[in-house]
Structures are given as structure tokens and as C-alpha cells.
Design a protein around this ligand. Structure first.
Ligand SMILES: *[C@@H]1O[C@H](CO)[C@@H](O)[C@H](O)[C@H]1NC(C)=O
Ligand SMILES: *[C@@H]1O[C@H](CO)[C@@H](O)[C@H](O)[C@H]1NC(C)=O
Ligand SMILES: *[C@@H]1O[C@H](CO)[C@@H](O)[C@H](O)[C@H]1NC(C)=O
Ligand SMILES: *[C@@H]1O[C@H](CO)[C@@H](O)[C@H](O)[C@H]1NC(C)=O
Ligand SMILES: [Zn+2]
Length: 276
């Protein structure tokens, strides 16, 4: 197995912003991925994480706990990329400008951490504001959500996905997403185009750029003034217009995570790497 070289390389070569999807987002990513892993991949991952029905979902928020411990503090910056672009006019993540190179640690003993990081960061990198430098990924942009002051980053992590899930829990929401992929409502055929073990950096950058595009189209479509303005409540028209994208981004993250794990465990020649 060479996966323990691959996984940290993907993670550590990019530094995806502040929290991450909240617990719902991360667990849902994990359940979608659990659907798409092959039996051999599931065996491989379960040998590390245990065989509970929620084996991946169970560890999907661990890095957010770990980074708040003294021994995990080093990992804090891995949760985001500060793209120094100019939304809403121009959105782009550039590796040399926006990512800090990191030493990959990849001993056998760190395989557990590597898997837990991969499951979590595959989610983080699909949260548009984890790929944006403006006001620390929106943490410094105060807005109104449901009558209360909140920051833009936090609502994209948590409130927007929770509202979009409309009462579903992570496994139910994941099941809905798998249905949308399987029936073609979500067009997954291009989701793996730039995903390759031969170009981990390119893979991470393509996922990050994919999410970052939504900063221009959905997070700040009319600039920050439009959402900061007096009397604007983002749980209203803004949510109606832009909230659903979190669902597709979470679906995409899970699909990519499951497929990426298959690529690591089964290799590209094993037929699990075609569309859908
Ligand atoms: C993960 O599973 C273990 C063992 O079943 C359990 O003790 C733990 O609370 C779970 N953690 C989460 C975050 O669900
Ligand atoms: C945003 O709100 C926080 C408290 O919730 C406050 O400390 C901060 O000064 C506000 N920032 C701006 C730019 O208004
Ligand atoms: C989600 O809800 C369903 C239906 O109530 C329940 O069977 C399932 O255990 C729940 N899953 C999680 C992860 O909470
Ligand atoms: C689905 O995406 C692929 C690749 O991005 C594209 O070529 C194809 O036209 C899309 N299909 C539909 C039905 O939109
Ligand atoms: Zn995170």
C-alpha cells in the first residue's frame, strides 16, 4: 500500500479556512463517500476506522476537535486556503500565491490520522469560504441570519446546510444526494475529470477552484455590501437563491472522496473510476 504517502500529500499540499462545514456537512460528505466506496476500499478503511455503520461519518469532524488541542494546533492552518482573489468580479485559487507548502509526514502510525484528515478535508475544500481570503473566509463579515447577527463564514458552514437539509439528518440527506446523482439530476460525469493520483496537487487545486467559483456566483454574487446592508436577512431571498448549492457541493465532496479512496486502494485500472 502506498496510500499513506498519497493521502497526506494531498492534504498537506493545500491549506483549505476557519471551521469547515459543520458536523452535518462533514457527516453527510462521509455518508455519500461510504456509498461510493468499493468493497475493497470499505475493507481497507474499516480496518483502520472500525466497522461501525457510520465508520467514516464518525471521524469526519475529528480534525476540528484535534486542532483545538495542544498537540493538534499545528494542523489548524490545513483547514483553509486563503485565495487572494477579488470576488465577485474574479474568483480563483492559485497554488503559488495562495497555498503554503508543507512537509508531509507519512509513517504507518499516521495512517489513522491521514484517513481522518482526508475525510474531513475533502469536505472543507468544497466549502466555498474555505477557499477565500477575503475577511478571513468571511469570518469578518457580519450579516443577519434569521433575525440574529452572525458571520458569513459560520452560516455557510452550518446554518445554510442545516436549512437546506430541511430536517434530514446526515444519512438521510446523503441518501437524497446519492439519488440525485444516480438519477442524473446532478451531473457527476465531470466531477472526477481533474482527479488523479499522478497529480495530487492538481487534484486538490481543481477541487478548490471548483468551490471557489461559488464565492463569485453564490456567496458574494453582488459583493459584500449587498449582504451587509441594513434590513437584509440572508435566511430569506439569499438562502432561496443560493442555499441549495451547499447540497450539490456536499454531494460532490462525498462522491469525490469515495472515488479518491477507491483510486488509492484499488488503483486506476480497476474499473471503479469511470463516470458515475
Ligand atoms: C464514534 O464511535 C465511537 C465508538 O462507537 C464512539 O465512542 C464515539 O462517540 C463516536 N464518535 C462520534 C463523533 O460519533
Ligand atoms: C461583527 O460583530 C462582532 C460581534 O458579533 C463585533 O465584535 C465586530 O466588531 C463586528 N464587526 C464589524 C465589522 O461590524
Ligand atoms: C437518521 O434518521 C433515521 C430516521 O429517523 C434513523 O433511522 C437514522 O438512524 C438516523 N441516522 C443518524 C446518523 O442519525
Ligand atoms: C454533464 O457533464 C459533462 C462533463 O462536464 C458534459 O459533457 C455533459 O454535457 C453534461 N451533461 C448534461 C446532461 O448536462
Ligand atoms: Zn476543517
Amino acid at each position: 500500500m502506498h496510500c499513506h504517502h498519497m493521502i497526506p500529500a494531498l492534504l498537506l499540499s493545500t491549506a483549505p479556512a476557519a471551521h469547515a462545514w459543520g458536523v452535518l456537512g462533514h457527516s453527510t460528505v462521509a455518508y455519500v463517500a461510504q456509498h461510493y466506496v468499493t468493497p475493497s476500499t470499505a475493507n481497507f478503511v474499516q480496518a483502520i476506522l472500525g466497522t461501525a455503520p457510520d465508520y467514516m461519518a464518525n471521524v469526519s469532524s475529528w480534525p476540528d476537535t484535534y486542532r483545538r488541542t495542544p498537540e493538534g494546533e499545528w494542523s489548524t492552518q490545513l483547514h483553509w486556503i486563503d485565495a487572494n482573489d477579488a470576488p465577485p468580479e474574479s474568483c480563483e485559487v492559485e497554488y503559488t500565491r495562495d497555498c503554503r507548502p508543507r512537509a508531509a509526514k507519512s509513517t504507518e502510525a499516521q495512517l489513522l490520522d491521514a484517513i481522518r484528515f482526508l475525510i474531513h478535508f475533502a469536505g472543507d475544500i468544497h466549502q466555498p469560504l474555505h477557499t477565500e481570503a477575503l475577511e478571513e473566509g468571511g469570518n469578518g463579515i457580519n450579516i443577519t441570519w434569521d433575525g440574529k447577527t452572525a458571520n458569513l463564514h459560520a452560516i455557510w458552514d452550518t446554518q445554510i446546510p442545516v436549512k437546506a437539509a430541511a430536517g434530514k439528518n446526515a444519512s438521510e440527506w446523503a441518501e437524497e444526494m446519492v439519488g440525485l446523482i444516480e438519477n442524473g439530476k446532478y451531473n457527476a460525469s465531470g466531477w472526477l475529470d481533474a482527479t488523479s493520483l499522478d497529480d495530487i496537487k492538481g487534484t486538490a487545486m481543481s477541487w478548490a477552484n471548483d468551490a471557489n467559483d461559488y464565492v463569485c456566483t453564490d456567496v458574494l454574487p453582488d459583493g459584500r455590501e449587498a449582504i451587509e446592508a441594513e434590513g437584509v436577512d440572508l435566511a430569506g431571498a439569499y438562502f432561496e437563491k443560493h442555499g441549495e448549492v451547499t447540497k450539490e457541493l456536499i454531494a460532490r465532496a462525498g462522491y469525490r472522496l469515495g472515488s479518491f479512496l477507491n483510486l488509492i486502494v484499488d488503483g486506476p485500472a480497476n474499473g471503479h473510476w469511470s463516470d458515475n
